[in-house]
Unconditional design. Sequence first.
Length: 233
Amino acid sequence: MKRKNTFWALSLSLLLLPLANLPGTRALETDGGSGNNAVATSENGEIVEQQNVAIPIEQAKPNKGPDEVVGEVGDDEGGDNGEISTEPEKPTLVDQFLGANIKQIISSPDRVESFQLGPELADEATPSAQKFGRFPIKSLGEALNEKQIKQFQTWVFDEESYIFDFDKKCVFRPEMGLRFIKGNEEVAVILALHCPFWRFVYKGSAKMQDCDPIEQSLKKFRDGIKFGVAPKK
């Protein structure tokens, strides 16, 4: 029996000897150190023979590309994530008083005409060309230049020029009128400077407010306008 076993062992060694001598073939041992578990591979990496070898393979973690986004901050269609919500600005007291149409015309007029007015209402027989906002035109003034227009706009849109919610006991007796013209639309501004008020008229609708804080400034403004041309009859 011993001789028979020796014969088979010798035969197996002779069979494996050519395989071990193949060019480019190597044996890999497992980390367990056992000589029985081995793998033989060729130079191109093909497995020639394997004997119960378990080679641990570490899976590589994929690298994130430069364009890869981690987390979402909202989409193009207005998602909730990352979206900035802004509340619309509340209208100022001046915006509420003037209204959008008056504000737009005064903000960017094509031209502004000036008039010197009589303090009393015009009678019904007065031609419309000689009236401005129901008051008689005493004389025509020059058109306002750019500097004068910007100055008046600054006063109109400044809340500090008004005294809101104040019931002033005096009669409205105007001295000057300004016509802001934009395209086919216009706004008439009628100013009383003795007891300061300004009245804004748009499409037959009038609104008036106290302008005491700028009384002296308006008087200087009036004095800087040249009047003297008689109105057309």
